[in-house]
Structure formats: C-alpha cells, structure tokens
Design a binder for this molecule. Structure first.
Ligand SMILES: [Mn+2]
Length: 457
C-alpha cells in the first residue's frame, strides 16, 4: 500500500474539509506528474515549451450573446477552471513548476471569474495579465507549441496544435493520475442522487423535460454544467441513441432510459440506467437479465485485455438475451455467426473516460499516433487499444428496438428467424442500456465507481 492509496481512502471520509485538503494534496501530485509527462513530450517532439489555452468566449452570430463557455479538455487536464476563458498554462522544458496566466481586467458587468479551489494555487507560478502582449513577453524562445482553438499568440502555423504533440498528449492520458481518478469517483458519487431523483420523477409520470429538471436540481447543477447532453428517453424514446430533444408532454409511462453524468473539476461521470414502470412485466425481467450480463462484462476488464474481444463477448450476450426472451428463433451459434445482435445493439461496449467524456486515445497503438482500427465487423468501436493500468473506461451494453434497424432485418435473409410478434410487444418500451465507469488498477483490481456510488445511497 503506497501513500496514494492512503490519500484515496482519506478522500472517502464524509468530512468536507478533510476531503478538500486531501484532494488539494492529490492535485499537487497530479500537476507534478503531468509536468514530468509533458516535459518528456517536449523532449520527444523537439519543442522548448508548450502553451495550452483554455479558449475564449464565442459570440453568437449577429447577437450580443455568448455561447456557454467550457474550457477545452487539454486545459482541463491541468486545471479545474472550467468556466474561465482566456487562461494559458505554460510548460517549460526545464522549469520546476508550470506557469499559469490569468486574464485580470476590471469587469463590472459580469460575475467575478472562477477561482482555483483552496490549496491548488501552489502548483503554479501565477501571472495575471491584461493584454496578450504580456503573455507573449514570457514566450521568448520562438520554439513554443501552442495547444488552443485559436492562435491569438501568433505562433507559426506549424507550431499551432502540432499533431505530434497532440498524439503524445492523448497517449499519456490513458493512465489517469490518482487525482483524476478521485475526480471521476466524485463525479459518480454526485450523479447518484440525481439518477434517483430522475427515477422518482419518471415513476410519478413526469415529462422528459421535468425529469431532466429533477436531475439537475438533485445534483445542484445547471444544464450548461452537464459533461454531455443528457439523454432522457421515456418509452419508445429509449431506442433513440442520442435523444436530446426532450419532450414536454408527459406520456403514459412504460419505460425510461437516462444517460447522464455530473462534471467535477472538469472530469465527467457517464452513467446510464433503464427502468420499467411495471415491476412485474417482461420488460422489467429483460432489464434484470441485461443487468446480470452487464456486471459480467464489467468483470472482464484487465491490463492487456483487448476491448474488441470484450465487445465481441457483449454481442454474444445480447444474442443470448434475445433468444431467452423469445425474440430470436435460432441457436446462439447461428445468431453470432450471422451477427444478428448488431441490429439490436449497434454501438460499442464502451470508451475511455476522463476530461473528455469520450476520452481521446482509445484507438492509439503508441505515442506516435498510430491507430488500431476497429475490427471490420464492429466499425463503431471507440476503444481498440489494449487496456492499461489506471485507465478509466465505461461498460455500456445495450439492447434496443430501433424501427429503422428492424426494417432492415425484416428485408434481409434472417427475417424468418425473428419472432415479429415479440418485437412488436417490446418496441413500445424502446430499449435498455446500463452503463458503469470502471478503473483498471495497477494490481488488476477493477473498481466500479458507479456501482460503489449506488451502493452507499
Ligand atoms: Mn458512455
């Protein structure tokens, strides 16, 4: 047991002050670790320094309104200032600390900009600036790589978001620091009461918009703070994989799928649950069955495991569920050979999770940017790289009755293998997805952040 584990254990204490202190300590180590990783990137790519911008506010076309601002994930990997525009982190090849530039202009119109939590500032040498020229004075080497959407620092074009640097950054992201793990763990904890509130709102007959409002209230968040667009699907809408245009009209409730997380210090949780209105029905039994399969898939992770193999196993399990519930009328081996489950489960089993909800690096073979393409059979797989220690990934098998796919199946060679009567019965329920977030620890222990968070509620 090393000191990191001891700190992690401290963080689970319910005393908020002890928690904040522990997190600040983890953050100091996180920045030191990132500093050494990024200095190695500078050596590998031949730059003297790197500057990472948070991004700037963007105005809507022909309007005096700005879009909601969120700092980009490359910046969030360094700082939890998610709503503060115009910041830069400077990483010098030989400095002991990164430098942080914060825009400090008097602005009586807006709320004061977001500040770092207590105990976080010490990780940086902080410079407040009024004009970009003052930042430029610190970039005297002419050999800076700039990672930022725009190039207001006017580096030569080939030094603006160089792919070799981006690839190196994405590759080092695979292994999350203990601070990053703590953030995703906390984002899971904070999401659970919100998932409970959404479930209660569904059972009370609320509309999708009302359910979303109950979710946001329970995690004390605005919609702009959600780490990704919430999916709140009642009945057939559970089959719309990205159902973001929530309905205002309440429906007679049958089923409910919610895919929603919480952001904590710039890191995300990504959680899906599915509920049946009637506890005793076939759809409720199908959810229970999917839950058993999902837990089996969660246990399949491990260092060196290939996510494509686990995805293939998940396709097989979905075929099993379809056979067990009388939707498919053929043997498991026939169903797997014909890939029939793919019509009911068209997405990948999971993805990496971190500062990006769909964290980059899932298909990287090495730090040089070579990609591991998904198998031809499963072109939608986001994760193809063998699992590594300290990686966080999602496990989210699904089973849906999607009319467009069912039409294809009906027109194809296997139409006679489908019990269309059963399909008709299940289609009004939409579908099922259950999604947890999992850390692969260095000793191969798999920590299911989501189940742990639901268990203490
Ligand atoms: Mn997900």
């Amino acid at each position: 047991m090393n000191t990191f584990h001891a700190l992690d254990a401290q963080l689970s204490v319910t005393n908020p002050h002890a928690y904040a202190d522990g997190l600040a300590q983890l953050y100091q180590r996180h920045v030191a670790e990132k500093m050494s990783r990024f200095q190695a990137i500078l050596v590998a790519t031949g730059y003297r320094e790197m500057v990472i911008g948070s991004g700037s506010n963007k105005m809507q076309f022909q309007d005096d309104m700005a879009y909601a601002f969120t700092a980009n994930p490359y910046f969030r990997e360094w700082l939890p200032l998610t709503t503060r525009a115009d910041c830069y982190v400077q990483i010098d090849a030989t400095a002991s600390k990164p430098r942080l530039f914060l825009l400090a202009v008097e602005d009586i119109w807006h709320t004061a900009p977001e500040r770092l939590p207590e105990g976080f500032e010490q990780a940086f040498e902080i410079v407040e600036y009024q004009t970009v020229d003052q930042v430029l004075q610190h970039l005297a080497t002419g050999n800076s790589a700039l990672i930022n959407e725009t190039n207001e620092l006017c580096v030569p074009a080939e030094q603006h978001n160089p792919q070799a640097v981006i690839d190196q950054i994405d590759y080092q992201r695979l292994g999350k620091t203990h601070y990053e793990q703590a953030c995703v763990r906390e984002a899971n904890r904070r999401a659970v009461p919100a998932h409970r509130a959404a479930q209660q709102a569904f059972l009370a007959g609320a509309s999708e918009v009302q359910i979303a409002a109950a979710y946001l209230a329970a995690c004390d968040s605005r919609e702009s703070e959600m780490p990704y667009g919430m999916i709140v699907g009642v009945n057939e809408h559970a089959a719309v994989l990205h159902h973001h245009n929530l309905f205002k009209q309440p429906q007679t409730p049958r089923s409910f799928l919610i895919d929603a997380g919480v952001e904590f210090n710039g890191y995300a949780s990504d959680i899906t649950r599915t509920y049946a209105y009637h506890a005793g029905g076939d759809f409720a039994a199908m959810i229970k069955c999917m839950n058993v399969k999902q837990l089996k898939l969660c246990a399949e992770g491990g260092i060196g495991r290939n996510p494509a193999d686990i995805h293939a196993l998940s396709q097989r399990m979905i075929a099993e569920v379809l056979i067990e519930f009388g939707v498919l009328r053929l043997s498991l081996e026939e169903a797997v050979a014909a890939d029939i489950a793919g019509y009911f489960y068209p997405h990948g089993l999971g993805h990496h999770l971190g500062a990006n909800v769909h964290d980059k690096g899932g298909q990287m073979a090495n730090a040089q940017g070579d990609r591991l393409a998904p198998p031809e059979k499963y072109p939608n797989l986001r994760a193809t790289a063998p699992m590594v220690a300290n990686q966080i990934h999602t496990v989210e098998p699904g089973l849906y009755f999607i009319p467009a796919y069912l039409d294809k199946l009906k027109a194809g060679n296997y139409a006679h293998c489908i019990n269309w009567r059963a399909v008709e019965d299940y289609t009004p329920y939409g579908g099922i997805r259950i999604e947890d977030n999992i850390i692969v620890h260095p000793d191969n222990r798999l920590e299911n952040l989501t189940r742990d968070a639901f268990a203490v509620e």
